[in-house]
Design a protein around this ligand. Structure first.
Ligand SMILES: [Zn+2]
Length: 374
């Protein structure tokens, strides 16, 4: 009204005021007509967005690092609502780990798993399969092939896996294979002790940290056989190499770094110091790392320090306080999903955008930290 009064004060005669009013009326009619067209369009868009949300579709990649007490269970849900779980945690405990996976799926709005990748056949990764398949339909299991470890416990866990998956399709993955998740690019970097020669879209660069790296002995377990993947969504990159150990980390980054930089690094082998060479961690140059340690498993001071000191690292999140470590080798409480003496089962949820920006949320504190696109 103040603007109208001011305008009116400037009118030089009645005719001018008459035309002024006519213009106002026409403008108002035009605005009504435009609104009449736009309202149904907005309603349609809003309805489509709600439907997409109900079907698990978003314009984001969501990654849940689920607390399976020192094992791995990492749920990814693509922008189209397609899902992949990497590893299934432990067996028994009344299906505790499968229940935690189902809880993360519920948060993500998915009711089945399109793919389940088993990185290797250790019990903290494959052990949860029998409980999981009782609760959730799985489209396809992927793994590195047969068990290679000469131990009764791993033979037993491998047999339990084969029995549990029954007639569900199963595929052996090899380095260089892609995993078809609509909306994402997922490529296998390593499997069964072999590694990829070059990653499409990544220019190998000489790695200055190779020279100071000792020669590491290869362990004869399933760990160095881990199937590891690089997940890309637009500019965002996530690396999950399972429990790959030092001797098999090196060929991926020395003499040339084949992986390039990543935004999010799931710390190899829960943060054991059998993994996480400086040459590997520094080369991949993560912005944010998540350590899926247990209260009394992994999260070793040496590995924590290597990741923490990595150039460009902004935050090291942890699934648990490493209770056998000291305060100097634990992250601040806000970055730890499950604190010493607190309840278990809280997860970390990453929401990534195609422009490379992402956030990490702790289900314990509900705190979300944003990481802007670079
Ligand atoms: Zn493990």
């Amino acid at each position: 009204m103040r603007l109208f009064g001011y305008t009116f004060g400037l009118m030089r005669n009645a005719a001018e005021f008459h035309f002024y009013l006519l213009r106002r009326v026409r403008a108002a009619r035009l605005a009504c007509a435009v609104a009449a067209m736009l309202v149904p369009a907005f309603a349609l868009l809003w309805g489509t967005a709600l439907l997409a949300q109900a079907q698990g579709k978003t314009n984001t990649l969501r990654i849940y690092s689920i607390d399976v007490e020192g094992g791995q269970a990492t749920l990814m849900v693509s922008p189209t609502g397609a899902s992949m779980l990497v590893d299934t945690g432990w067996p028994e405990n009344n299906g505790r780990d499968a229940d935690r996976i189902v809880a993360a799926m519920k948060d993500a709005g998915v009711t089945k798993l399109d793919k389940v990748l088993i990185t290797h056949f250790h019990v903290d990764h494959v052990g949860g399969v029998p409980n999981l398949v009782q609760r959730v339909k799985v489209g396809e299991f992927l793994d590195h092939g047969v068990n290679r470890e000469d131990s009764d416990i791993t033979r037993h866990d491998y047999a339990a896996y084969i029995k549990a998956i029954g007639s569900t399709p199963r595929r052996t993955v090899h380095p260089g294979d892609t995993i078809d998740i609509p909306g994402l690019s997922v490529i296998v970097l390593a499997a069964d002790g072999e590694h990829i020669a070059a990653v499409p879209g990544v220019k190998p660069e000489p790695n200055p940290w190779c020279g100071s790296e000792p020669k590491w002995e290869l362990d004869q377990t399933e760990n160095p056989r881990s199937a590891g993947i690089l997940v890309r969504y637009g500019k965002f990159r996530f690396l999950d190499m399972g429990d790959l150990t030092k001797a098999k980390e090196i060929p991926l980054v020395c003499p040339d770094n084949l992986i390039g930089h990543v935004d999010l690094y799931l710390v190899n082998h829960h943060g054991f110091n059998l993994s996480n060479t400086r040459a590997f961690v520094d080369a991949i140059h993560p912005r944010v790392a998540i350590m899926n340690n247990g209260a009394h498993k992994a999260g070793s001071p040496e590995a924590w320090q290597t990741v923490h000191e990595s150039p460009g690292l902004e935050d090291l999140w942890m699934l648990h306080t490493a209770e056998d470590s000291d305060a100097a080798h634990n992250s601040p409480d806000a970055l730890i999903a499950n604190l010493k003496g607190g309840s278990d089962g809280a997860y970390l949820k990453v929401v990534a955008h195609a422009n490379g920006s992402f956030s990490v949320m702790s289900s314990r504190t509900k705190m979300t930290k944003e990481y802007a696109a670079k």
